[in-house]
Design a protein around this ligand. Structure first.
Ligand code: GLN
Length: 302
């Protein structure tokens, strides 16, 4: 199969009009050009395929939550699940609604409440949290050009009323330990990580490769890799995780910057980017493209 040709054809097959809307609740994200489209795939034996704007950087936003989760999991192992669950939520990424019933324990680490708890845990472990986080992310591929987009981080910090509310609410249940501004600053930096599709698929390759990164380093055990992939499958696309499993059939993670990363264990990782989002906050064309991809290739985890 000529994969590069397939990627171009799948792009050509997308509808001519994109009904999605570029995120603007973080003002800096509204600058993304809506007609950008990139895709890059890398196999565990390091063959690479791409199409479109795959070398153009974008804000990976919530996709980065998997990387902070990995760091916290490395340090806490199964103790981590005392402070955050592993159940799909069926609610939007920034929802407060279940937290009261669940006594301040977020349903999972992929929604904002869960990712904020993960950041709170990391603040207690890391000597220089932002520097250590970026060093970890860069180490997965050896790519030191990956960076925090300070403008995006500042823009989110200024518009973070909802995340601030989540933090204070969880604090009232004893599930947040650090100061709100320090925690928000770390969380907003995490979400502001910028990558292109090539960097993103290579960064996530360890989850397709039994926990061993592109740089050849063991990041997590095989068992932990299974669990991280399970969480992505069930929670990575929030209240559209079922739809994503149904249409695409791969563990995946989306972000409001329009990126989606997905992987077939022991085979490949693919990253796609198209800024306009559907109503659930996931890339409209990204979903459609990945559905076409797994349908044409004829393989999924199911
Ligand atoms: N930084 C974003 C927020 O907290 C992440 C949301 C997302 O990508 N789904 O709202």
């Amino acid at each position: 199969m000529d994969v590069n040709k397939l990627l171009a054809k799948l792009h050509a097959d997308l509808p001519s009009e994109n009904t999605g809307i570029v995120a603007s609740y973080i003002p800096e994200l509204a600058h993304a050009q809506r007609d950008k489209f990139g895709v890059h795939a890398v196999t565990i034996d390091q063959r690479e395929f791409s199409f479109g704007d795959y070398e153009e950087g974008f804000s990976i936003q919530s996709i980065a939550k998997v990387l902070s989760l990995t760091m916290a999991y490395q340090r806490e192992n199964k103790d981590l699940w005392k402070r955050v669950g592993v159940e799909p939520s069926g609610t939007p990424f920034n929802s407060l609604i279940q937290l009261e019933q669940d006594m301040g324990i977020p349903r999972n680490p992929m929604n904002n409440s869960g990712a904020l708890v993960i950041c709170d845990i990391l603040l207690d472990y890391l000597a220089d949290p932002k520097k250590d986080l970026l060093a970890f992310v860069q180490s997965l591929t050896g790519d030191e050009t990956i960076y925090f987009n300070e403008r995006v981080a500042a823009s989110e910090r200024e518009t973070s009323d909802r995340n601030r509310a989540l933090i204070e609410f969880m604090r009232s249940f004893g599930n947040i330990r650090n100061g709100t501004e320090r925690l928000l600053d770390f969380y907003c930096s995490l979400c502001s990580i910028e990558m292109n599709c090539r960097q993103l698929s290579r960064t996530f390759l360890f989850l397709a490769n039994d926990g061993v990164s592109l740089s050849g380093e063991r990041i997590v055990s095989i068992s932990m890799t299974k669990r991280l992939n399970a969480i992505m499958q069930l929670c990575g696309l929030y209240d559209e995780a079922g739809e994503f499993a149904f249409r695409v059939g791969l563990p995946g993670k989306s972000g409001v910057g329009g990126g989606i990363v997905a992987l077939l264990p022991r085979d490949y990782c693919v990253a796609v980017w198209s800024p306009p989002l559907n109503k659930k906050g996931n890339s409209h064309f990204g979903m459609a493209f990945l559905e076409g991809f797994t349908s044409q290739v004829g393989e999924s985890i199911f």
